[in-house]
Design a protein around this ligand. Structure first.
Ligand SMILES: Cc1cc2nc3c(=O)[nH]c(=O)nc-3n(C[C@H](O)[C@H](O)[C@H](O)COP(=O)(O)O)c2cc1C
Length: 197
């Protein structure tokens, strides 16, 4: 039976976690990157379709390419971070549904290739998986720095050429510093953002 996580865990994952703009440059072990994905992949997606595809950019060459395709401020952050993950989604995710959703392999046909529903499903669930990745990284003691200020088309050409994968957003991960950390922004109250119907 599940029980609430200790406050220290909730602090680490939510209350005290900040979007980082500065990074300690030490490389991250591949075993840690794999551990992040192993947790993130367990988050739910519709029909278990799992459309997200992740590129963990850790090489000097990859980092420089990605940085050059981002805004100047984001580029500087990418150059400093030990790893920046490109969160993409495969528009042909349905090909893997028979394997991923074995109790109903025909669910593949719910998402005709090239349809608006297929694109919306890939984007919706890929975005969710990007969020799972951030929570997984924080759960394993890493910081995150998500960014959308870059050219999706150019990143797709540089990292996903010849595939049906499209980039969504990118997220640096590693051990953050307080460089350029601005004060925590307020969040909407329950009354402002929610209602119980
Ligand atoms: C999808 C996404 C895209 C973002 N894009 C950028 C960006 O391009 N550049 C930037 O400096 N911050 C970017 N941010 C950072 C947000 O401004 C930041 O997460 C938010 O203000 C909350 O900050 P906090 O986590 O420190 O409370 C982005 C965040 C998300 C989730």
């Amino acid at each position: 039976m599940s029980s609430p996580l200790p406050d220290a865990c909730l602090d680490q994952i939510f209350r005290e976690a900040r979007t980082r703009n500065g990074w300690q440059p030490e490389p991250l072990a591949e075993t840690l990157l794999r551990a992040v994905y192993d947790l993130a992949r367990m988050g739910p997606t519709s029909a278990n379709c799992s459309p997200a595809r992740f590129v963990f950019v850790t090489s000097d060459e990859g980092r420089e390419t990605l940085a050059s395709l981002a805004s100047a401020t984001n580029g500087a952050k990418i150059r400093q971070a030990p790893c920046t993950v490109i969160i993409g989604h495969d528009l042909e995710f349905m090909d893997r549904i028979p394997e991923l959703f074995p109790h109903n392999p025909g669910a593949k046909d719910w998402f005709p290739k090239g349809s608006e529903l297929a694109e919306r499903t890939a984007f919706r669930n890929g975005t969710l998986q990007g969020a799972y990745l951030m929570l997984a990284a924080r759960s394993l003691g890493l910081d995150c720095g998500p960014m959308s200020g870059f050219s999706n088309d150019k990143v797709d050409a540089a990292f996903f050429a010849g595939t049906t994968v499209k980039s969504n957003f990118i997220c640096s991960i590693g051990h953050g510093t307080d460089k350029d950390l601005f004060p925590r922004g307020p969040r909407l109250s329950f009354e402002d953002a929610c209602r119980i119907a």
